[in-house]
Design a protein around this ligand. Structure first.
Ligand SMILES: [Zn+2]
Length: 421
């Protein structure tokens, strides 16, 4: 049974300056208060109109912007919180403390992993093991990590997809990122995967590592994936002619991903093209880390700032590209401030002495914002990123201000350990 860290009780989050829904269509909500019951959002509205009686805890965010926790749908992890390529330890924890509350694997990789040896038994076993490890392990105590993305390799059969599905596996790692990718080989496997409810992602662009493959319009469109991974390059972009064909000819319900380590100029060009087609709600942000380029705890936030500052996307909609759009793509019950959703909630703010007076103004200016509260399932698990931007304002829990002003704690110190447990 997957672990469940929901806080059993009622928590009120009040004095919200601006409430960003994470929902592309709804944008900013007319509300200053959220009530969380047993880890789920139960009420949203103006404080005077809500039932705040019998609250176990009260969190005052002092007029800050509140939004859903960010989702990173593109990482290449090992089976633990360690990245051997960059010798990075506890990178998942750092992502959590900076406001990424959910991560999805795009294919586990590490020295000797079966995916690199075209080993169907090993690839299947890795997917099942990683899925189940992260059901039992929440990095930093709270991060929702969806591990176990299957890499398609020669020899996988329909009954393997059935078996993996029954074991809980539901993600196919970016096709072309390693293993089988030619349509005549991959498409039968994709059909089996879809039959058993898997979400499909396709790597777009030149090969990125030995064993990965160049995937341009013909092959990608034949895969017909749910997500066109790193359409802005992972890390190198495809030619515009291929990208344009994908944008024109893809199933229009599919999603397009921009990654933080990709080509920003291409992301801007794609966004402009999708704006003309009324398709901006089909963009999601990922990181494609910590693969060769290191950990980047503010990867999704960086994309939010870039797209809002340089592509004239309203900050609330840019936040939706890193939260609600991704939740829609994967059918996750997080990523939006909405009654019934898991209470994965951030308070964010501009830095003191910054030009922008709140996080949304900072985003519009491409100024990095800080995180003064990371809540997962109704529990506060961090009040800062490690070396995140300091915030202008802080949260108070039950009347007590909670923040780090000690340089050792701030740069190296502990995350905020489950105040509401
Ligand atoms: Zn890729």
């Amino acid at each position: 049974m997957p672990i469940d860290r929901r806080y059993p009780g009622k928590v009120v989050i009040k004095n919200i300056g601006t409430l960003v829904s994470g929902d592309w269509d709804k944008g900013i909500l007319e509300a200053d208060t959220i009530v969380v019951d047993n880890g789920y959002i139960s009420q949203i509205g103006k404080q005077e109109k809500l039932d705040l009686t019998a609250a176990d805890h009260e969190i005052d965010v002092d007029g800050q912007v509140v939004c859903p926790g960010f989702i990173d749908p593109h990482v290449h992890n090992t089976v633990d919180d360690y990245a051997p390529m960059t010798q990075t330890v506890n990178w998942m924890e750092c992502y959590l403390w900076y406001g990424i509350t959910t991560i999805l694997s795009e294919g586990e990789q590490g020295p000797g992993y079966p995916r690199f040896f075209d080993d169907p038994i090993g690839a299947k076993a890795t997917a099942i093991a990683a899925k189940r490890i992260f059901d039992n392990f929440r990095p930093g105590g709270f991060l929702k990590f969806h591990g176990g993305a299957l890499v398609l390799v020669h020899g996988l059969k329909e009954e393997d997809f059935k078996e993996m599905s029954e074991a809980g596996v539901w993600l196919v790692a970016e096709i072309g990122g390693g293993g089988v990718y030619l349509p005549e080989e991959a498409c039968p496997m994709i059909e089996w995967a879809k039959k058993y409810g898997f979400k499909i992602s396709t790597h777009i662009g030149p090969a990125s590592i030995p064993g990965s493959s160049p995937v341009f319009a013909d092959i990608a469109l034949a895969h017909n994936p749910h997500k066109y991974a790193h359409l802005n390059g992972g890390s190198t972009a495809a030619p515009w002619a291929d990208i344009q064909r994908i944008l024109d000819e893809r199933d229009q319900s599919s999603y397009v991903e921009f990654v933080a380590v990709g080509n920003q100029k291409m992301a801007d060009k794609i966004a402009a093209y999708m704006r003309d087609k009324g398709q901006l709600n089909k963009i999601v942000f990922g990181s494609d880390t910590p693969t060769g380029q290191g950990a980047m705890p503010n990867c999704i936030q960086r994309m939010v700032m870039r797209m809002a500052a340089f592509d004239d996307i309203p900050p609330a909609q840019a936040i939706a590209m890193g939260t609600g759009n991704t939740a829609d793509l994967f059918g996750l019950n997080t990523g939006k401030i909405e009654v019934g959703r898991e209470a994965d909630i951030l308070a964010i703010d501009s830095s003191h002495d910054a030009v922008g007076k709140d996080a949304l103004e900072a985003i519009k200016l491409d100024d990095t914002f800080g995180v003064s509260m990371v809540m997962v399932d109704g529990q506060v698990c961090s009040v800062k990123g490690r070396d995140g931007r300091p915030t202008r304002r802080f949260i108070s829990i039950d009347g007590e201000k909670v923040f780090h002003d000690n340089i050792n704690e701030y740069l190296f110190g502990p995350y905020f350990p489950g105040y509401l447990r």
